[in-house]
Ligand binder design. Sequence first.
Ligand SMILES: *Cc1c(COP(=O)(O)O)cnc(C)c1O
Length: 344
Amino acid sequence: MNLTQLLRPTILALKPYTSARDEFSGVADVYLDANENPYPTAFNRYPDPLQQKLKSRIAEIKNVKSENIFLGNGSDEPIDLLVRACCEPGRDSIALADPTYGMYEVCATINNVTIKRVNLRTDFTLDAEAVLNQCDESTKLIFVCSPNNPTGNLQPLQEIEKLLSNFSGLVIVDEAYIDFASTPGFLPILSRYSNLVVLQTFSKAWGLAGLRLGMCFASKEIISILNKIKYPYNISSATQSLALEALQNTTKKDKEVAEIITQRLWLTNALTTLPGVSKVYPSDANFVLVAVNNARDIYEKLVAKKIIVRDRSSVVLCQGCLRITVGTPEENKKLIQTLLLVMN
Ligand SMILES: *Cc1c(COP(=O)(O)O)cnc(C)c1O
């Protein structure tokens, strides 16, 4: 892959904004460089623009180098930045396989970037050849979500590797749900492919959706492009320190993930026994996709009982399906009891 050719000429030539904290990042006694209020509070100083402490801790946990990490305001930020870095509005395109996470399409559309789409196979697996057949010289990015939202399945390693080996743009593997999956995902082979970008997030397994912190892993060349075009202080001091705190306690996260995986099995079994359920799809994520007799009707009856699930029945290949997040044991029991009531 040739990154120079892949980037929009404007981005390649861009001279980034340099903040006060970029120019001097050491330790000093007196800071009169950033027009901050000198009277101390928890937040009177600008945050570290490159989040170095937080990145070293993530590097340790994920077994990658800090230079291979970009942090964003949710993983939605790197999705948007990658589109803006590589795709010329009105000319370029991205490729994806439906059904999948909606933000790839939204970010592309906002930027007037076309979408080359295929469907997943009917068993929800990725057909790499079909995706590659859709791509042309205008196609700069391929988005793959694994485990996929809303279907819950991991995509076959060989199919994703087929994309990585045969596509001259970036292949972005969104692993928002990888902690709930039975495989380590693509981080262990990050250095094998210069066009691989892996997205993960603190919003799901780590229980920090409200904090807005997403991780992007890639070659240091790709990471430096993202750093060049991001907002200078995209991650607040509060987010940086609260995330560092959460990262001290990986046991808590591991326990919760284990409990959610146990509950996923319980929920799958309980749903399967319900008369109104025709199929519960296997899941490597923290949700299950469930085919029911009358999805909209059941969705609305659950809402009336103050239980909210996601109606995916109008999504391609998901006719009649609800997407249900795995909750606490009490929440899951309540859901099943309520479904028993409303399905009769
Ligand atoms: C939830 C989710 C995310 C997370 O987005 P954040 O902006 O990090 O909260 C990313 N990708 C997929 C597929 C998701 O389902």
